[in-house]
Design a binder for this molecule. Structure first.
Ligand code: NAD
Ligand code: MG
Length: 391
């Protein structure tokens, strides 16, 4: 029996994770559930899953959470604040941590899980984009394992030799990340000028949180994933290619030196990657229906439009620049996406903000987590100033 902490339980990945867990009560128990501010949604999940601990990130809501849980007849510990999140990730109520908080806010709890040797199921891509090798060092030092949940990386993990990331990779020629292209695939820059947050959040194939939906629309999501793949699989930027595959049936591929290309296919439903990561190295039912290959033929591919979707090019630029450039890119993007969602920044200006912040903060060597967090704050400050000047 695995005990699972679902960090970001009220989100899209959190909900899909709990759906898979509920299908296997003999195998998994959700012992820790956390949310940012959604007290009502968290209480509903606690009623259903009966965890040992519920954490609300906003301390101002702890009393309300405790009151509502008591009223609902749920007896579990209640805690709040960032320190409670990291303690929960590192604590002995769980052996498995699903890192499904969105953004840099997920970094500390992800690191805490890594350091304490948990089975770390990583959805929170921003933490590996920011902390890269420091996060992997923490996993190694803690003696745990990291299993990627992001569908592309989970696909690559499945296509690597023996499905294991620690085996010899000398025969790997290229990693091919597939991208849906987002809701605006095929559009020109002129057609993107007036895009609203609602349009950007309507993804053709996936239902996701608002931040990653905007990232998918700008292709920054694919850019973050290129950096994520670089760290997870030790591949240089030149060996990571992005191909647009609007059907989202092939979730990514690995090309070998002999010309073989292995792909992982399935319906676009995150429960496949989540179930794979939860049960690895075994396989379990996920609730995802079988893929009907004849109904989806022919499979289609096209190159990404880097001139229109500049965020992908900027992410490659940050990866090549090295040091803390990916953390700066991520921080600037988080600020810009928030401004876009708040209706104060045009869609196309997200890339402008990221580019300006990267230009102003040349890469520095990554020393440790405190320095990285300070740099994250610095990049956010610059991004806000750029925003004020632009709006
Ligand atoms: P979401 O917005 O649906 O959910 C985010 C969760 O994090 C919520 O439970 C929220 O309460 C919590 N949260 C937000 N801010 C927080 C904070 N400051 N402190 C503590 N908790 C906070 O997001 P999502 O779509 O589930 O994505 C979660 C992560 O998984 C992201 O990093 C995303 O890039 C990654 N991911 C998502 C998908 C997907 O299909 N949704 C696929 C691959 C990777
Ligand atoms: Mg993905």
């Amino acid at each position: 029996m695995h005990t699972v902490a679902v960090l970001g339980a009220t989100g899209s990945i959190g909900g899909n994770t709990l759906d898979v867990i509920a299908r296997h009560p003999q195998r998994f128990r959700a012992t820790v559930l956390t949310a940012h501010r959604q007290v009502e949604a968290l209480v509903a999940l606690c009623v259903q899953h009966r965890p040992e601990l519920a954490v609300i990130a906003d301390p101002a809501l702890e009393a309300e959470l405790a009151r509502r849980l008591a009223a609902a007849g749920v007896r579990c510990e209640v805690a709040s604040g960032p320190a409670a999140l990291t303690a929960a990730a590192a604590g002995n109520l769980c052996d498995t941590v699903v890192a499904a908080i969105v953004g840099a806010a997920g970094l500390e709890s992800t690191l805490a899980a890594a350091r304490s040797g948990k089975r770390l199921l990583l959805a929170n891509k921003e933490s590996i984009v920011m902390a890269g090798s420091l996060l992997l060092q923490a996993v190694a030092a803690g003696g745990g394992t990291l299993i990627p949940v992001d569908s592309e990386h989970n696909a690559i993990f499945q296509c690597l030799p023996g499905g294991r990331p620690d085996l010899d990779r000398s025969g790997v020629r290229r990693l091919i990340l597939t991208a849906s292209g987002g809701p605006f695939r095929g559009r020109s820059r002129a057609e993107l000028a007036e895009i609203t947050p609602e349009q950007a959040c309507k993804h053709p194939n996936w239902v996701m949180g608002r931040k990653i939906s905007v990232d998918s629309a700008t292709l920054m999501n694919k850019g973050l994933e290129v950096i994520e793949a670089h760290h997870l699989f030790g591949a240089p930027a030149e060996a990571i290619e992005v191909v647009v595959h609007a059907q989202s049936l092939i979730h990514s591929m690995v090309e070998y030196a002999d010309g073989s290309v292995l792909a992982q296919l399935g319906n676009p439903d995150m429960r496949t990657a989540i179930a794979h990561a939860l049960a690895w190295p075994q396989r379990i039912e996920s609730g995802v229906p079988s893929l009907d290959l004849t109904a989806c033929a022919p499979l289609q591919f096209e190159p990404p439009d880097l001139a229109t979707f500049r965020c992908l090019a900027l992410a490659y630029q940050a990866l090549r620049a090295g040091g803390d450039a990916p953390a700066v890119l991520n921080a600037a993007n988080e600020v810009a996406v928030e401004a876009f969602l708040a209706g104060v920044l045009p869609f196309l200006s997200i890339a402008d903000v990221v580019e300006a912040v990267l230009a102003e903060l040349p890469p520095q060597v990554v020393v440790d987590i405190p320095t990285l967090l300070a740099r994250d704050q610095e990049a956010r400050g610059v991004a806000r100033r750029v925003l004020r000047d632009a709006c």
